[in-house]
Ligand binder design. Structure first.
Ligand code: PLP
Length: 494
């Protein structure tokens, strides 16, 4: 019998301890070097190509051959099309959205996550990752001031976390108030009386969740904001009183810690008092502002957050993680029972009886990424002090930029004292200002800097979101100078 070992045709394609390991190293080196040279040669956040041109280049790329192609060639083609025409989010002049430049250990963490490919639904698919995920959740809950009774789960981001808050608050209310089991029986007959309260600046995913969970967008009642874009407490109280007199049942208040445009923070302590008095679930959407737990200068703005029944926090924003990475934290971990579904192949009752931890019970997802690893690597490598400085420097820059803009007489600034790190402003002139600001944002994107646009009370504004700790005041002043030049130009053309 011939016992010579034949090379397996899949050796270079699937990770293994032989040829596959060398292949991994080679491909990684090629990809890393390509990325580095692309970073080095990119001058602006965006190449400036017209969308149709990029679309057609990519259409030509997406065809597959029957035969293999060398990874190196594939990457070279990718570089010229996808990488070079991507938004260089780490560029100092990319300051548009809540979209962060990623930390280096977290980027490398993505490789480990992919290579280990643990699945966080059942313990047997993630024997060590399950515990890392759980320990990271416990570290987080304690940072937010929660007790041992709390729990949480990593999510794909704020959308999923907010969805989970509406789901659990809804089902908890029905159970407590009406002894009604939504999981088994669907929505109760009284469902059309159930109401959610949030401010008019709350994230749109509150309404989206209400719609998806059968309550309808109209179940979300928006509360006015004050001059600082925070939920008005007097208006909240009067809304609650009004609802009760109409026989409606407010079961959830969503407070926002860091609204998308203004970074404003609803009065958390006072919301907690009202929620308790009224026996309403309080959820704090801290997708943006949750990173303040690490801040030295702004941490006290989270005071009272431990009283919330649940919290949304995103790590792919001010925690500088590659997309996606978020968490949903729950003050009373027992509430996860409301959404537990048993699958005999993943989390059977016997496993629970034997103390085997299958995290699928806590998630709306089944197969789930080991995202906690990249956050762990970042915190461990960078340390909490430098992390705090990363975050705090963006707040300082926003203040400096707002001060600078306020001194210019051709700019109107809405955030004279930024709460977090967004600056909302617009170029003013005697002409049709809305169209001028729209044109400025677009032309700037294609030529020099990525900044955002937003609409406030029907007027077009421009917005900077300072997420890059490497962006300097000089970088931003250079952008402002360009805005002025474009403003002058468009003022004459529209
Ligand atoms: C970004 C954001 C969300 C949505 O989170 P994703 O991670 O994009 O799903 C929800 N709420 C607030 C306040 C946000 O800033």
């Amino acid at each position: 019998m011939n016992t010579t070992i034949k090379a397996n045709p899949f050796d270079t394609t699937i990770l293994n301890n032989g040829v596959g390991s060398r292949e991994l190293r080679d491909q990684l080196l090629k990809a890393t070097e390509t990325l580095i040279s692309s970073l080095q040669s990119s001058e602006h956040p965006y190449s400036g190509k017209a969308p149709e041109e990029v679309e057609s280049e990519i259409r030509q790329l997406v065809t597959f051959r029957e035969d293999q192609t060398s990874f190196s060639d594939v990457i070279d083609d990718l570089n010229k099309t996808v990488i070079d025409n991507s938004l260089f989010i780490s560029n100092e002049k990319s300051i548009a959205h809540l979209h962060c430049p990623p930390l280096i250990p977290a980027v490398v963490g993505e490789l480990l996550i992919g290579a280990m490919n643990q699945s966080l639904d059942s313990w047997d698919q993630s024997p060590s990752a399950t515990f890392m995920d759980q320990e990271m959740i416990q570290w987080l809950t304690s940072q937010f001031g929660y007790s041992e009774a709390s729990d949480g789960v990593f999510t794909s981001g704020g959308t999923q976390s907010n969805y989970m808050s509406v789901l659990l608050a809804r089902d908890d209310y029905c159970k407590k108030q009406w002894d009604y089991d939504v999981k088994q029986s669907g929505l109760p007959a009284q469902f059309n009386r159930m109401r959610i309260l949030c401010s008019e600046s709350a994230h749109f995913t509150v309404k989206k969740s209400a719609a998806q969970l059968g309550l309808g967008e109209n179940a979300v009642i928006t509360v006015q904001t004050d001059e600082n874009h925070r939920m008005s407490l007097s208006h909240l109280r009067s809304k609650i009183a009004e609802m009760k007199s109409e026989g409606l049942v407010p079961f959830l208040i969503v407070g926002t810690c860091g609204t998308t445009d203004f970074g404003s923070i609803d009065p958390i302590q006072e919301l907690a008092v009202i929620a308790k008095e009224e026996n309403i679930w309080l959820h704090i959407d801290a997708a943006f502002g949750g990173a303040l737990i690490l801040s030295h200068s702004h941490r006290e703005k989270l005071n009272g957050i431990h009283q919330a029944n649940s919290i949304t926090v995103d790590f792919h924003k001010l925690f500088y993680q590659p997309i996606s990475c978020g968490a949903f934290l729950l003050k009373n971990g027992k509430h996860f029972n409301l959404m537990n579904h048993v699958a005999d192949y993943l989390n059977p009752e016997e496993d629970r009886d034997e103390g085997i931890l299958n995290l699928v019970s806590k998630s709306t997802q089944t197969t789930r990424r080991f995202d906690s690893l990249k956050l762990y690597l970042s915190l461990k490598t960078i340390g909490t002090n430098l992390f705090a400085r990363l975050i705090d420097s963006t707040f300082e820059l926003a203040t400096d930029v707002a001060d600078y803009l306020s001194e210019q007489n051709d700019f109107e600034v809405l955030t004279k004292e930024p709460e977090l790190n967004t600056v909302v402003f617009r170029y003013v002139s005697d002409q049709e200002i809305n169209q001028v600001n729209r044109n400025i944002q677009q032309e700037l994107y294609h030529s020099y800097a990525a900044i955002a646009k937003t609409t406030i009370d029907g007027k077009n504004y421009l917005k900077f979101t300072m997420l890059n700790p490497r962006t300097t005041l000089k970088d931003v002043i250079d952008i402002i100078d360009r805005i002025r030049v474009l403003g002058e130009k468009w003022r004459k053309h529209v």
